[in-house]
Design a protein around this ligand. Sequence first.
Ligand code: SF4
Length: 195
Amino acid sequence: MTYRSITALKRDQSTCRACFEAGYPLESLPVIAPGSGQRAYLFGQAPGVVEGEERRPWRGRAGKTLRRWLDLDESSFYAAFYCASVTRCYPGRPASGRGDRTPTTEEQRLCERWRDEELRLLKPSLVVTVGGLAARRLLGVRSVGESVGVRYELDGAVAIPLPHPSGASSWLNLAENRARVADAVELIHAELARR
Ligand code: SF4
């Protein structure tokens, strides 16, 4: 199904239960991008428990870290970025009980329809991926570690990957990697300043 407006898309997206109906254990309803009129598209992995409860993106600790990296307060962040993710519902805990469950490949595939429609309707001039899964799904890169600090093209948009700010990865412990995040943030600000 194609949509004529992002408002109509969000209305249907807010009640999507495709993964639940396919037998997957979701623990929230879809998290919807707040605001309107953004020209940049932020693409993360999946909501966490806080985001699932509030049904708003990037509300927890990772969101605070991301805004600190970008040096943006909350209102500037949500005004600049349409916040989307590989899957839109909080997936719950994995069997180990540690962290959040990574959505299955089938859930990722089921949720692609929302991403594809959003990109078609919004035509963002800047796309920022956050975390390895988002960069692999959208940009086809092999590893987010290799791609941070690099500027990509995606259907006419500039695409810039960031690592995930959850703190789960030790990749950020190395000073040279933190410098690459700073390079990526500089590229993002240069692109934001252009629009
Ligand atoms: S993760 Fe995406 S496809 Fe699955 S139920 Fe939520 S919104 Fe629908």
